[in-house]
Design a protein around this ligand. Sequence first.
Ligand SMILES: *Cc1c(COP(=O)(O)O)cnc(C)c1O
Length: 471
Amino acid sequence: MTDDARVYEQARWSDDNRYEPLLNEKDETTVDTDTSLPDDLTRDTLTLPDADEPVVARHYTRLSQENYGVDSGPYPLGSCTMKYNPKFTEDLAARDDASVHPSREETAQGTLAVMDRLQKHLARIGGMDAVTLQPPAGAAGEFTGILVARAYHRSNGDERSEVIVPDTAHGTNFASAAMAGYDVVELPSGDDGRVDVDALRAAVSDETALFMMTNPNTLGLFERDVREVADIVHDAGGLLYYDGANLNALLGRARPGDMGFDIMHYNLHKTFAAPHGGGGPGAGPVGVTDELAPFLPSPRVRETDEGYEFYEPAETVGKVHGFHGNWLVLLKAYAYIERLGDAGMRDTSGKAVLNANYLAEQVDYDVPYGPPHHEFVASAGERDALEVAKEMLDHGVHPPTTKWPEIVDEALMTEPTEAETKEALDRVAAAFNGTRDSNADDAPQNTTARRVDQTEAARNPRLSWHALDDG
Ligand SMILES: *Cc1c(COP(=O)(O)O)cnc(C)c1O
């Protein structure tokens, strides 16, 4: 057996059920509760799992082995940038003195100093003038950026009703603009998969508040005409928004601010290696030009002669999240940026692009648009992309993002990241190519969980064993 044919499999039980049982399915015990809290707020008894420490330790170890994550193997989920999360940032975030809540200036000077430095790093990396760390995710950053744009237009006595979004954009761009109350104008891409400048020229008007752009776009293509795009949008009185989810391709090489963007968000949990997944905490700081800084969320942090302080920007849109965002995510990203330095960040984007190009060459599926930057979109062609993805699970890797962007038929959107070795990339290629001549529709066979009902899971999530009990 060649090395590429070896498959890492998740742990599972040998019966049909496969899963580790819940702790309370083993043994339960009922204990009396006795507290000084008011009777109408407390129970008299509480039913708990009856398990001693070794049972609990094995339970959680087995659960971790039933999972698949970026610490188990390649995770080339396109657009999500599931890069390896270095452990030194986890160690820092786990320190007792790291988890100070930055709620009061006097007691949190060190925390505020880190926030101030991170703001400055991000501003420099993006070519922006001012940064807020408050938004807790990329989508929340988009929403914040759109609120800032609206406040800016209103301060000029200018009510505008439209946000223009390319058809290759992430779904959150459409949703954020609609949530902020704008009409969303979808811009069809040109034949080369990039923004069609003539179509944009026809779409902009004095109703255009914002044009949202991702660069490289979600096909992994660099938008070459961005200076011209900026002129078209600015001439119409609109603002230009950079969706920073793909910044990993440009890190240390090109800056959205230099391209003419007015507002951008950063996905710290993508580009700057903070862990994410399962909807877990992220951070979506927003950078803006000087002109837009007065509208940023409050409070902001700044350095003064006496130390660091909070202040309220003159025309702030208000708060978009409790306190100052997800502080420990911010700390991990700060540590990552400091450790890598400018040369390390430049190296990151170079390797991310090299890895994507190498993998695209190894894959036997058609890649209709290219050459790619940090990600590429292959087409499953005659096959259903979801079936290919499910089959890749049986080859022991996490599959790509499927069926998006929609301008590629049966899309398999693949982003290996800079963190993978050549051996790991070859393993992903072998997984892709192993599905090439198959027509299976009952994969995966070898994973702990087989087909789950994705619609039911999204619409009626049962998040505790109480919900299971209730049927
Ligand atoms: C991930 C992503 C977003 C949204 O970011 P979240 O942090 O998941 O909310 C927006 N645009 C693109 C292109 C993305 O890949």
